[in-house]
Design a protein around this ligand. Structure first.
Ligand code: ARG
Ligand code: ZN
Length: 857
């Protein structure tokens, strides 16, 4: 059944306190829950209380120490009849964490026990009102064999502990009322890196990062990132931590990135463990970002939580924005912004233009796990960023201060957030609220004309129809613009224009000649821009724009435009030559610009992705796009041969460090190798093998291997074998080994993936491993989009095999098959047929069923 946002009703009962007692065992854990409940004065009275369950077996039930007035099972839920206003309910359940392959609720992961409760996993542990608006104060006792579970953790502070022969126990108390999705428990053989942080109010907080023995050396970056996050949230948002203890635990079997459980964050090992030998620069950045993200949730998520799951973007959109701003402050701000936009365009834009499109605040769902999407997270962050842009930094901060103040301790809504920003900052957000209800990426068409000494900017917007939303209203779109003088190459200041009508004009005086327009600077709005701009002007901006994002954008536009026309077969020889020459001119301005840092230079020299180009085409032929993109790369590689050579030599001289310079140098090295591979594969294989052999860090080694995997050569075979032997036993690095081969440009990638699925190290039971093989494959042009449909079949088979093991992870592969409307008719039919085959399977999970039926449209 569909759950609808408009059907929200407050829960008839309050649960002021919850006591949980766990008798821990890997195969059998007994859970005794004691709930103190009382009638909710703000809700309609009910003669019953509905306690959610999911596959639970009820061992016993008592009300106020005796029999309950009545109870029944309604599906998986337990409904208890209650006569008075105040009761104690005691429930005993027994669960088997070892058999829990869904990794929701309490489960076993390499000998330890851990939990994942968001969104609806708590109901797999005990019967409970498992909804985010029921806040309770938790006391947790757990006991178990000392040798299996030497470390016993839960939320809040440890209140007591003791021993009992071979068994021991601990009691934890969390003083902050919280919804069940923030509950966590961890028991296992763990060691900690410990440190402390003193808050602005003078509270000394003990910090621990818990990992398996042997992984301790790889936790330094995580700990440093945590301390920086705590300081940054104080400085930037005035948010102080509120317990004496903050624990992070790394778990190798985890469905997502990490989880913000109060005082006890649980992380995928991928976002904790790093050292130069095993983690890339990208991995280091990922760890910093996710550690920050989960820590920032303490205020945006935990102190203020969500009223219902339709409000998910209230905490996720805001927290993504907060982690992005943090990362921008810790590293190169422009590069972080470009990376953020790349994720948005690479994942969210396709979602927004396909069958799974939904507003950042969805209206209905069957399975909430399917709505942990790039739209809710990344577009959600962009929407709040726009408010910040329109209000200005100081007024925005007044808005967030008011929000934290007004709603502390509450389960709030997106509307509460917008209202607080409105009241605190003083800006009018009435029409802006449409960004919460309308799906689809607005398209803004831009014209610039000259009238006397005035430049006239005419903008119009169209929000495309999306499933269930045919007619859209115009939304306020804040665009940062600058007008460049052609001769001086400068502009006299940036303007913020807000397009809030279907069409509008903006006039700028004092231009003797038509200026060059730089628009959506800093990517101030999550829209696509259709601009009528000459190649010459793009070359100008790619060389001169002082806004790094706009400069990057001009370069991308220049290449995208060329590749889109070429892939459609619409390019005459003359136009092809002229277009290529323009791109070379623009790129040369980048290779030769001494003022650029190498991280930024790397962005400017990167070609648009296959997926992004395909997005711009009505009925795309992935094979054609691939050939054109590789062809252009080969051409550029030979035109810019000397420049690229010089860049490589310079970069190679820098010793390893985590400085921006050294990271930039590493990025350029692999970029140069990938250009070389398009021009002269055999030569590139030698260069890549050389980089691989000399590497003293994972970034160089993985970069070299990435280039090698696409080149049929002795070097390829040898280095792949070396990589495996070198890192055998290190799961995160072996994940890279799978991923590199699955994403390769090698023509036989399908055969490789099939063989890798039979590799002894491959398993569908570990989400990181399952994703490492199949996720990159869905982006591989040869493999996934093979003209005979074999790639689509492979992913459909994976979904069917994985669905009974881990439905959440299986359902995440469905969107790749939902792109059929954007493909040429042959592939579109093959893709659809696979979706239909999945839909027809008996016993499909709710997760996959919802995604498949929505994808079929
Ligand atoms: N709240 C977590 C985060 O954004 C994500 C947890 C999602 N879990 C899930 N099973 N859908 O950091
Ligand atoms: Zn989050």
């Amino acid at each position: 059944p569909e759950i609808r946002r408009e059907d929200y009703q407050p829960f008839p009962w309050l649960v002021p306190t919850t006591r949980l007692d766990f008798e821990l065992g890997l195969e059998k854990t007994r859970v005794t829950a004691r709930l103190e409940i009382e009638r909710n004065p703000d809700a309609d009275a009910s003669p019953t209380i509905r306690l959610n369950g999911d596959g639970l077996e009820l061992v016993s039930l008592r009300c106020d120490g005796g029999e309950c007035a009545g109870h029944m099972m309604d599906g998986d839920d337990l409904v208890v009849t209650l006569e008075g206003d105040r009761h104690t309910i005691e429930i005993v359940t027994e669960i088997d964490p070892g058999a829990n392959s869904q990794l929701m609720g309490l489960y076993a992961s390499s000998g330890m026990l851990c939990t994942q409760c968001e969104a609806e996993g708590f109901r797999r542990i005990t019967f409970f009102p498992d909804r985010p608006d029921v806040l309770s104060t938790y006391t947790v006792r757990m006991s178990g064999p000392k040798k299996d579970f030497p470390v016993l953790l839960s939320n809040g502070n440890r209140a007591d502990m003791g021993e009992d022969g071979a068994s021991h126990w601990a009691e934890w108390h969390d003083p902050w009322p919280k919804p069940s999705y923030l509950f966590a428990l961890v028991a296992g053989d763990l060691v900690a890196r410990s440190d402390s942080f003193t808050t602005m109010g003078g509270r000394k907080v003990e910090l621990n990062v818990w990992v398996r023995d042997g992984d301790l050396e790889r936790t330094e970056h995580a700990m440093e990132s945590l301390k920086r996050s705590m300081k940054w949230d104080e400085d930037t948002f005035g948010r102080e931590y509120d317990l004496d203890l903050f624990n992070i635990v790394a778990v190798s079997d985890f469905n997502m990135g990490a989880m913000e459980n109060k005082g006890l964050n649980v992380f995928n090992t991928k976002y904790v463990l790093a050292d130069p030998e095993t983690a890339t620069d990208g991995d280091y950045d990922g760890i910093e970002g996710v550690i920050g993200h989960e820590y920032f949730h303490n205020w945006s998520g935990n102190r203020i939580t969500c009223r219902d799951w339709f409000q998910l973007s209230l905490k996720e959109g805001f927290t993504v924005l907060r982690d992005q701003l943090f990362s921008q402050d810790m590293g190169s701000a422009p590069v972080k912004r470009i990376e953020g936009v790349r994720v948005l365009r690479g994942v969210q834009f396709p979602e927004d233009s396909g069958p799974l499109a939904h507003p950042i605040r969805p209206d209905s769902y069957r399975e909430i796990s399917n709505f942990y999407t790039s739209t809710v997270y990344n577009k959600g962050a962009e929407v709040i960023r726009m408010m910040k842009t329109m209000a200005g930094d100081e007024a925005f901060r007044r808005g967030t201060d008011l929000y934290f103040d007004r709603h502390d301790g509450e389960a709030a809504t997106c509307e509460d957030f917008v209202k607080a920003i409105e009241d605190g900052s003083g800006i009018d957000l009435e029409q802006f609220r449409l960004w919460y209800s309308q799906a689809g990426t607005p398209k803004v068409s831009v014209e610039l004309s000259q009238e006397g000494d005035e430049a006239v900017l005419t903008l119009s917007q169209a929000v495309p129809p999306t499933p269930g939303q045919d007619d859209k209203k115009p939304m306020p779109i804040p665009l940062r613009v600058a007008l460049f003088d052609r001769d001086s190459g400068s502009h006299s200041g940036e303007h913020l224009v807000v397009l809030d009508k279907a069409r509008d004009s903006f006039r700028f005086t004092g231009f003797a000649r038509k200026p060059v327009l730089s628009i959506n600077r800093g990517f101030s709005a999550p829209v696509t821009i259709g601009r009528d701009i000459a190649n010459d002007e793009l070359v100008f901006l790619a060389a001169k724009d002082d806004d790094p994002f706009a400069r990057y954008e001009a370069m991308q536009d220049l290449m995208v435009r060329h590749l889109v026309t070429a892939s459609k077969g619409d390019l005459s020889d003359d136009a092809r030559n002229a277009g290529q020459a323009d791109i070379v001119r623009a790129l040369r301005a980048v290779t030769d610009d001494d003022a650029l840092d190498d991280l930024m230079r790397g962005e400017l020299l990167s070609m648009p992705s296959q997926t992004y180009i395909a997005e711009q085409i009505e009925a795309a032929d992935p094979g054609r796009i691939f050939e054109e993109r590789e062809g252009l790369k080969a051409f550029l590689a030979s035109e810019l041969q000397d420049e690229l050579h010089h860049i490589y030599d310079r970069a190679e001289k820098l010793p390893y460090s985590q400085s921006a310079e050294a990271k930039g140098a590493r990025k350029l090295k692999t970029l140069v190798l990938s250009f070389a591979a398009a021009r002269d594969p055999q030569k590139a294989a030698e260069l890549a093998a050389h980089q691989y052999d000399r590497a003293d860090n994972m970034t160089d080694r993985q970069g070299a291997l990435m280039v090698l995997t696409g080149i049929d050569s002795a070097e390829r075979t040898g280095r792949l074998l070396d990589f495996y032997n070198r890192y055998q036993g290190n799961a995160l690095v072996i994940d890279k080994w799978f991923a590199l081969q699955a994403s390769s440009l090698h023509p036989k990638v399908i055969e490789h993936v099939k063989a890798l699925a039979e590799h002894p190290d491959f398993t569908l039971r570990n989400p990181n491993r399952a994703r490492s093989l199949y996720m990159p494959f869905t982006g591989a042009p040869h493999g996934f989009h093979a003209a005979n449909g074999e790639g689509y079949r492979l992913i459909a088979n994976l979904i069917l095999d994985l669905d009974p093991i881990n439905a959440q992870t299986a359902a995440r592969f469905v969107p790749a098959l939902g792109r059929w409307r954007k493909l040429e008719p042959g592939r579109a039919a093959l893709m659809r047929a696979e979706l239909e085959r999945i839909a027809a399977a008996p016993k499909l999970s709710r997760d996959s069923f919802e995604q498949v039926t929505r994808s079929l449209g």
